[in-house]
Every structure is written in C-alpha cells, then in structure tokens.
Design a protein around this ligand. Sequence first.
Ligand code: FAD
Length: 415
Amino acid sequence: MTTEKVDVLVIGAGPSGTVAASIINKAGYSVKIVEKLKFPRFVIGESLLPRCMDALTEAGFIDAISEKGFQQKSGAKFVKQGKICDFTFAEQYTPGWQWTWQVTRADFDHTLAQTVEKMGVPVEYETTVTGIVFNGSDSVTTVEDIHGNKKQIEARFIVDGSGYGRVIPKLFNLEKESVLQPRKALFAHTNDVRRSMADEPNRITAVVHDKGVWIWIIPFSTGITSVGFVGDHTFHDKFSGTQEEMFRAMLASEPYTAERFKDVELIFEPRKLEAWSATTDKFYGEGFVLTGNVTEFLDPIFSSGVTLATVSAQTAAKLVIRKLQGENIDWEKEYMEPTMQGVNVFRSYVMAWYEGTLDTIFFSKNPDPVVKAQICSVLAGYVWDQSNPYVELHATELKRLARKIELTEKLGSLS
Ligand code: FAD
C-alpha cells in the first residue's frame, strides 16, 4: 500500500471541508481533501444565511461564487393562513452582511471545491475514508477509491467535514442522539412557471401547513424553485403512492402551493430524507476536529446548516493553524463552547418553531420593530452577538415574549 504525507487531511469537500482547507492552506501548510463522491453531487441545504458570508470571504470564495449568478437572498418570509411575517436582513439589529444567496448545492459545492483546488489544495474524489489510527495527534488514514485501490495518508491533524457521513464519530463510537424529535422531508426542484414578482424570489418562504408541518419554497435564479415538506411521520403517513404522487398530493393539500405548483414540472423525482438530527459528545480530540454537520445538525427550518458548517470550519481552521505552530489549544473553550453557542441558540428557535411559540411572535398583530430586528439577526445567523437579548437569553426570552403577546391580544379583544 502506498503512503502519502500531509500536514492536514480534510475529510469531505462540502462547505465545511473546503472552508477549513482553504484557510489552513493559506497559512502555508500542506492540505489534502478526500471526498467520497464525484462532484458535482446533489446535497440539500440551498438557502444560506448572511453570517456564512464572513466565513466564505475569509476562505477566499466570494468572487468565484459571485460569478455563478446565484439568486441573491435578502430576507425570509413566514406565511400562515394568509398572515405574513416578513424579515428583511437590512433591518437586522447586529451589524453585518445584509444578504446572501439561494443556491443549487451541486453547483455551489463544486464551485468551492474547484476554487480550493485552484488555490493548491488537491481534492481526491471518489475516495472514501475507511479507517483511521491515531498515534498521539499524528494519524494514519486508510482511504479506498471506487476501484478498490487502498492507500494510507499520514497527517499531523485531521479535519472531519464529512457531513452526514459522520466518519470520526462512527469510527470511534462518539455518536449521541439528538434531543430533537425525528422528522422527515419530501422535496423536489420544480419548474416554477407561475412565479411572479409578488412571490419575491429574493427570500425563502416558509409556509405553515398542519401543526408541526411546514413547506420551504426556495427560488433559484434559473426559474427553478426548490419545494420541500417537513413534518413528523404522522403527516407523511397520510400520503401514499410513489414519491411523485405523494409530493403532488402534498402540494395540493395547501391552498398556496396548490395554486402556484399545480401540475408543475418536476426536475427530478422527489427525494425523501429523515431523522437527520444527530450529534456527538465532543467536537474535538487529540489530532482531530469535527466541523459542520458532523458536530450537530438540527433541522432545516432556519437554514442554519451551511452557516454553522462554514463558521465552525473557519473557527477550527484557525485553531489547527495555531496547533501546528506549536501552541497548546484549549479546544473546549476556544472551539466547543463557541460552536455550541451557535447550535444552542438555533436549537431554541427550532424548538420554539415546532412548539408554536414563534407562531405567536411572528404572526402577532403589532410586532415591536426593535424586537423584530433582534430576532431578524438570529435568522440572519448572527447567533454569537451576546448584546442581542434574543441571543443571550434564547432559552427563555421567546417564551416570555409569546406570553406577553398572548396576554396583550387577549386584553385587546376584551376591550
Ligand atoms: P456536506 O455538505 O454534507 O459535505 C460532506 C461531504 O463529505 C460530502 O460531499 C460527502 O460525500 C463527504 N463524505 C462523507 N463520508 C465520507 C467518507 N467516508 N470519506 C470521504 N468523504 C466523505 N442547510 C442550510 O444552510 N440551508 C438549508 O436550506 C438547508 N436545508 C436542509 C434541508 C434538509 C431536509 C436537511 C436534512 C438539511 C438541510 N440543510 C440546510 C443542512 C445542510 O444540508 C448541511 O448542514 C450542510 O450541507 C453541511 O455541510 P457540511 O460541509 O458539513 O457537509
């Protein structure tokens, strides 16, 4: 078996792997990415958040992405039985990016991988990590290509950005169950011929359907729109037939999607994903760090996935560089805590969404503009700004606000 040597081995060429690889490579270390699939490859996660633009900028990816002409996104809209709550990122509380993109991930991820290759990081496609042996922080990783050829890669450090592959947690039994209830999604890309300017292609729309069920509508610049139904099994079990039959029946089951997507052409057979929430006890160990989805993936509702993936990769990459320079890193304090801060804030919002707390807030009769701007910052991904009470007190403040709104509206209806 042949053996190669690099400073840093990155597993996975998704957003987290490529961001980490680019930043470490820029610091002068040799980096290699191994990627199980051939790119472009399909992956879901098409609506980005403004906060990820900071990480994409530091990785040097913004120009290459801009050239692709993806749909710009400047807000997020929530719709429930004719009521609308519209967030515009330009009106957010935390200073920062006020827009981002809605992307077809096959093209987006391919662009990141090609850009990092141009920067000098080799990406070895159709190459799967099958085993890792650590010797202190040094490691020997066994990889196998699609022809069954095996080789070893010696590295001083590993960044695991393998997403749903969860390579290191699976190899070393670090898997832990998420506290979130398992949910399913059925989704497709549609030829959105009835899209009008009123449907605002520059934002994601989340339509509240049944209790605990919602629909994402993510328009792309090509006229294609991604549509997905998310709910627990009781909703999905109501539909039968092929995936296409179920998807069309779901579209017909909600008045807005029934009209806009009636008989719409589907670009691919609808796909199903389920039970995606997962986590691990620790996001680091001697000789490795986990980034992106491998750390914790929550739920699609607030489009947090790519932002947490790129921001965790950005943080991890800088720590890896300092570690390679000989510094002693306090991974718990400098990596685990800030990463969990982002995850915990989004988890509170995901729970508040499914419990109905955010329904009360989003569709209240007289929203307070200051509070709306603060919540808007969370929806833009600025979940590390402790000066924002809806970040700092995320676990309690949403419930308190919802109770206040309920009381005010009740008193208003009595007077
Ligand atoms: P990935 O993008 O999954 O990349 C990991 C790469 O690692 C893959 O290319 C994979 O092939 C490779 N790999 C895996 N195993 C191995 C191995 N053994 N060896 C080598 N390579 C390997 N996020 C958003 O930001 N916005 C959204 O609108 C959104 N919608 C979503 C909807 C649903 C239904 C779900 C389930 C998720 C959604 N997400 C969304 C989350 C998003 O998909 C992920 O958070 C994001 O892709 C994570 O990026 P990553 O780089 O960590 O992993």
